[in-house]
Design a protein around this ligand. Structure first.
Ligand code: HEM
Ligand SMILES: *[C@@H]1O[C@H](CO)[C@@H](O)[C@H](O)[C@H]1NC(C)=O
Length: 214
């Protein structure tokens, strides 16, 4: 039968394209150590999601986080969900228009376009660690208010600073036009992974963030 060897080939192809899960990356630009996950949005093309947190982060307590995404230029928008689902948790939608990255914190209560929201975290985009070239763009940003949130009905949720948290992404090939409150097209792909936060702890987090924020 022809199908079996063909499927085997496709699986091998997808595997080589994917980097190790929860790889530890010491970023030379920022000096932060991130845990890093590569998520395919089509065969042989993916987006890298990185998280760094302070090593004084406590369980069941909000803490700051730095997020770094490395995104192929063809991507129209990429969304990150801190709660690992579309609804009732902080989302951020990011896109690159020429030389400027737009970060749009959003919230959804249903499977309709998430709207800009002040309860979806506050981001500070760092110049250091935000750049682009002929193939990719990347951004690095501080988020305050992304590791704990309270849905309008339901109890407060906290991301574990000492273990894995389920995150999610959405991908669209359609680039939004306009600023952070622009309309966005629905994703063609969404996915989930468990992001290790234990390996993302940085002893010098607060000093580095202060330096990057100026
Ligand atoms: C115009 C904007 C958007 C629309 C209209 C939309 C719509 C939808 C719909 C209809 C589904 C259900 C799909 C299914 O059941 O197969 C879904 C699922 C999902 N969407 Fe969106 N979405 C939008 C933006 C986003 C954004 C910005 C994110 C951020 C990461 C996101 C993340 C997800 C995820 C993770 C799922 C899986 C189911 C869930 O967790 O609820 N979506 N979306
Ligand atoms: C292009 O930029 C991305 C993101 O910063 C980086 O990962 C990649 O190595 C760069 N490619 C080249 C050829 O410099």
């Amino acid at each position: 039968m022809l199908l079996t060897p063909l499927l085997g080939l496709v699986a091998a192809f997808v595997n080589t394209a994917a980097a190790a899960a929860n790889e530890i990356v010491r970023d030379p630009d920022t000096g932060l150590t991130f845990t890093s996950n590569y998520q395919l949005y089509k065969v042989n093309a993916g987006i890298t999601f990185r998280v760094a947190i302070p090593d004084d982060a406590q369980n069941y307590t909000p803490y700051d986080a730095v997020v770094q995404l490395v995104v192929p230029n063809e991507v129209g928008w990429v969304g990150l969900s801190w709660g690992g689902a579309m609804t009732n948790n902080p989302l951020v939608v990011a896109w690159n228009s020429g030389n400027s990255v737009t970060l749009s914190p959003r919230w959804a209560t249903g499977h309709t376009m998430p709207t800009p929201s002040s309860t979806a975290g506050t981001y500070t985009l760092f110049q250091t660690g935000t750049k682009n070239n002929g193939t990719h763009w990347q951004f690095t940003a501080l988020c305050k208010g992304c590791t704990s949130w309270t849905p309008s009905s339901g109890s407060t949720r906290y991301l574990s600073p000492t273990g894995g948290n389920r995150l999610a992404f959405g991908y669209s090939s359609t680039r939004p036009s306009g600023g952070a409150s622009a309309s966005i097209a629905i994703h063609q792909v969404h996915g989930y992974w468990t992001h290790d936060f234990a390996g993302a702890r940085n002893a010098n987090f607060h000093d580095i963030v202060q330096r990057l924020s100026v």
